[in-house]
Design a protein around this ligand. Structure first.
Ligand SMILES: Nc1nc2c(ncn2[C@@H]2O[C@H](COP(=O)(O)OP(=O)(O)OP(=O)(O)O)[C@@H](O)[C@H]2O)c(=O)[nH]1
Length: 920
């Protein structure tokens, strides 16, 4: 923030030539009064001044760690008495002593003034540092901007004045008193309040809960931001509604812009207090008589006056000595920064050309009018012997928006505002707005109620105007006798306009003007009673203005810086207080959130690993169970398939025995297939129950975050149907019909059943069954006898064979299924049918169960990650809030400290030395 300033800048020439005046550019330049040599005490004071150029031991080191920015030594170059002040060579002893006394008094005053200026300069530096740090903080932690409560604001809609008052919190008891106009009483946080901030809010549940109205809304801290007030004039929306409709970051960026503007303004204020000259802006409504007033002050008709609006550009009147004693007009080119030493930035004209220049402003944006004021230093404002003054005549406020804006902007670089108000029209809305804007740094405004001669009921006019001033600028009102004047500027005798170009100008004008100069009509107004009164009123005004600008220079020159500093620091303090509390509640909130979050995160992590293992175990157990169950079921089904009573296939008789075999075979395979289907159904049921178990786990651990997968058990096992019939290919053989083992088994069963067994059956059975038929034959021979046997043997054999054949054939429905079952069973064993199907079904169940299981695992993982990142985010917010709380806590203290330092700079009391200097 250190800024090096051009040491020569703003330093005026004391002898008409700025270069020759620089006797010692690094120290104050005071003229030698009296006999040409200063008295001892004056010399001592001079020495003190030399050593006290803003760094001296007399200053309290309250700067920023003693590292105050570079201070321009030229700032103390105010003249106490101009070198060209006429000092008669033959002064009496008493007059010399008087001069000496005055010089001493001036020196004392200068010391006092310098100390205040330096203190203010340091405070400006500290304020700039503070604002810069606030800007940085605002970038990383968007500051909360309190706004006026909508309801409150609308209650006060009748109040035309924008903004609110500062109430009694923090510094407010020390703040400036403001008009008693009703102001909205409370503020409330903008949409950036806790709970409303979507960016910083890290928990859904927190977002959803109802946030209690922050304490910040309390009317106790209701106050207006005068400097850092966001200017939101968009459409028909009220400022509050706008603030609430804006994003927190948008507000932060608007605030950032305001801070930047304020920093720049502080720089310009520092420059202004360093500048030894004083700029007086004469402004007011259109046609209020600004130019007439300026002319009256100068006692010369320099600026064009007209009944219709005529001043279109700024006209700055300066002492001709600043221009080498030449009276001329420098018309500054548009978009050029004026530099008197660079003629490319302006065109030179004579005073006579002024009228045209002022009205026609297409080429120029302002005029610098160098004028010789021949009045004595006791009377002249320009040539006052104390300080360089420039008087700026501004275009009428309500002439057009651009010019009005320009006047508003211009007042930021001036020290004193002289506001001309028409006695007939009073304060217009634009006038009021200007005064409110000026109040940001100017607690006092010099008010000139002009055209007073036009008013019949003067008392009523005064009363009304004073009432208005009371509301507009209370401090000005408080000192109304000094700061508010009712005059008629056109009644002041002025020297006629300058002679035509060709003459040197200064000589002729000084001849025409001067003290008690004639009016343009040539009459002597001092002779007329009414005019005398007007002139007297004007002279009183002049004295007050001189006192305000010259004697109370600390007030006129330094007070704007002080007022602005107090206002901006107060704004900073309010902002800091609000944000400290916001940061604190944010900190509390996130700490609470963290406290709640930690165990949830831990539980979630634990659940994740436990549930994962659990699911795996459950799936494996389910699948194994299913496998075992299915294996046993299919095996049983295969084993039992032959026992099924012909599986519902009727025996068609011997003629269709092959078809019978095919039907039995198919029935058997279908029966086995049916058992497999039953197993699939069983597995389906088990899967549905498994999926439901996983879902329960998901709901238990993820709650609402668990998303269910749609599961259709009916589409399981679709592809494996009918596979068996295709795979099993069994040929029916002749031996399949005569399965002896089955026949024998059956015979034994039947034998065990009782005596119904016939011999034929027994014999046949034996015969058919094996070699036992020989024994049977021998037994029969013994009974029948050998001869008989011989005759019976053939037919007997035939009979037995027939019986046996019949028996065997009758046993086909019994023996064929057994035989086929055995063959199917062995083929299925060969195919590993039981295992294949059991593992196929259990594998599909595993696959199906894994889907929701994996989904649950992913959900759990995501939940842990989300909780983890929420924790990270919350930790980050906690860290930031902690930093912000500390920062804003410090800012509250720091801004209060600077505020107190600034407030302690007493610019109001009578300046030491002044009385003595101007006494006599
Ligand atoms: N009766 C009366 N007329 C005045 C007074 N002061 C100014 N006038 C007249 O008011 C008219 C406007 O005066 P100006 O000085 O041109 O007003 P202005 O405010 O400079 O006008 P703009 O710069 O164009 O806004 C002129 O005709 C003046 O003679 C006054 O005190 N009494």
């Amino acid at each position: 923030m250190n800024q090096e300033y051009d040491k020569g800048k703003n330093r005026r020439s004391l002898d008409g030539d700025s270069s020759s005046s620089r006797v010692n550019p690094g120290r104050p330049h005071y003229m030698t009064v009296g006999s040409g040599s200063t008295s001892e005490s004056a010399a001592r004071l001079q020495a003190i001044l030399d050593n006290d150029l803003g760094y001296g031991g007399s200053m309290t080191r309250d700067g920023i760690n003693g590292s105050a920015p570079a201070w321009n030594p030229a700032l103390t170059e105010d003249r106490l008495t101009p070198s060209m002040s006429p000092i008669p060579s033959s002064l009496s002893q008493s007059e010399l002593a008087d001069n000496d006394r005055r010089a001493q008094a001036n020196a004392i005053h200068q010391l006092w003034y310098n100390s205040h200026r330096v203190a203010l300069g340091r405070s400006i530096n500290r304020a700039v540092e503070t604002l810069k740090s606030l800007q940085q903080m605002n970038a990383s932690w968007p500051a909360t901007y309190p706004s006026v409560q909508g309801a409150q604001a609308s209650q006060n809609k009748s109040d035309p004045r924008p903004g609110l008052i500062h109430t009694s919190t923090g510094l407010s008891n020390k703040r400036r008193s403001l008009p008693p106009s009703p102001r909205p009483g409370s503020i409330r946080r903008s949409q950036t309040s806790i709970g409303e901030d979507s960016t910083s809010e890290s928990s859904k549940s927190t977002e959803e809960r109802t946030v209690p109205e922050p304490r910040l809304i309390s009317p106790q801290i209701a106050q207006e931001f005068s400097i850092l007030k966001l200017d939101l004039k968009l459409g028909a929306l009220h400022q509050t509604e706008l603030v609430h409709s804006l994003e927190k970051n948008s507000i932060a960026s608007l605030l950032d812009g305001k801070i930047s503007t304020s920093i720049n303004h502080l720089y310009s204020l520092r420059e202004r207090i360093e500048d030894t000259s004083s700029k007086v802006l004469v402004t007011g409504d259109l046609n209020a008589g600004k130019s007439t007033f300026c002319n009256a002050l100068l006692r010369r008709k320099v600026l064009p006056e007209d009944q219709q609006p005529c001043t279109n550009i700024f006209c700055e009147v300066l002492d001709a000595r600043e221009n080498g004693g030449m009276e001329e007009v420098h018309a500054v080119h548009k978009d050029s920064a004026y530099n008197r030493h660079d003629e490319s930035t302006y065109d030179v004209f004579t005073l006579r050309d002024l009228e045209k220049l002022v009205v026609d402003n297409d080429t120029y944006n302002q005029c610098k009018i160098y004028l010789e004021d021949v009045r004595s230093i006791d009377e002249s404002l320009l040539n006052n012997g104390v300080v360089d003054i420039s008087i700026i005549d501004a275009p009428g406020l309500n002439s057009d928006t651009t010019k009005t804006t320009a006047v508003f902007a211009r007042q930021e670089e001036i020290d004193v505002v002289v506001f001309i108000v028409s006695a007939a029209n009073h304060f217009t809305q634009t006038a009021k707005e200007f005064i409110w804007a000026a109040a940001a740094e100017k607690a006092y405004i010099f008010m000139v109620v002009n055209g007073y001669d036009n008013i019949r009921d003067k008392e009523r006019c005064q009363k009304m105007i004073l009432e208005q001033v009371h509301a507009l600028s209370p401090r000005t009102f408080k000192e109304s006798s000094d700061l508010i004047h009712f005059v008629s500027s056109n009644a002041i005798p002025t020297a006629p306009p300058p002679p035509p170009p060709g003459g040197n100008g200064s000589g002729s004008s000084s001849g025409g003007g001067g003290k008690g100069g004639e009016d343009s009509d040539g009459s002597n107004p001092k002779g007329k009673g009414k005019d005398r009164e007007k002139i007297r009123d004007f002279e009183v005004l002049e004295q007050s203005l001189r006192r305000f600008v010259l004697e109370k220079r600390a007030r006129s020159k330094l007070a704007p810086a002080k007022t602005y500093l107090l206002n901006v620091l107060s704004d900073v303090q309010s902002l800091a207080t609000v944000n400290q509390e916001v940061a604190q509640s944010e900190l509390n909130r996130v700490s609470e959130e963290l406290k709640a979050l930690e165990p949830i995160l831990e539980a979630s992590k634990k659940a994740k690993s436990e549930v994962s293992d659990d699911i795996d175990r459950t799936i494996e157990a389910t699948c194994k169970d299913i496998y075992d169950q299915i294996r046993s079921n299919i095996t049983t089904s295969i084993v039992q398939v032959a026992d099924e009573e012909f599986l519902g296939v009727p025996y068609p008789g011997l003629m269709s025995v092959f078809q019978y075999a095919e039907d039995v075979k198919e029935a058997m395979l279908l029966d086995i297939q049916a058992s497999v289907n039953a197993c699939e159904e069983f597995a389906r049921i088990k899967t549905v129950s498994g999926v439901s178990t996983i879902k329960q786990l998901g709901l238990l651990h993820l709650g609402d975050e668990y998303t269910d997968l749609s599961f259709r058990s009916d589409i399981m096992f679709r592809r494996k149907r009918d596979i068996l019939a295709k795979q099993v290919g069994i040929e029916t053989e002749i031996w399949d019909f005569f399965d002896m083992s089955t026949i024998l088994q059956r015979q034994e069963k039947m034998a065990g059943a009782g005596m119904a067994l016939t011999v034929a059956t027994a014999v046949g059975g034996r015969m058919v069954g094996g070699f036992g038929w020989v024994d049977g034959a021998l037994g029969a021979v013994k009974i029948v006898g050998n001869n008989n046997i011989r005759t019976l043997i053939i037919p007997g054999t035939i009979a037995v064979a027939m019986v046996a054949t019949y028996y065997v054939l009758s046993q086909i429905p019994n023996s064929l299924p057994q035989r086929l079952a055995t063959k199917i069973s062995s083929q299925l064993t060969e195919m590993d049918y039981v295992h294949t199907n059991s593992s196929r079904i259990s594998a599909e169940v595993r696959k199906v169960l894994r889907m929701p299981a994996d989904h649950l695992r992913v959900g759990l993982q995501r939940s842990v990650e989300q909780l983890g990142s929420k924790r990270e985010e919350t930790l980050k917010i906690r860290g930031e809030s902690e930093v912000a709380r500390k920062y804003f806590g410090n800012l509250v203290n720091e801004s209060a400290k600077i505020y107190n330092t600034v407030e302690a700079i007493d610019l109001e009391g009578s300046a030491p030395g002044v009385a003595a200097a101007y006494d006599s």
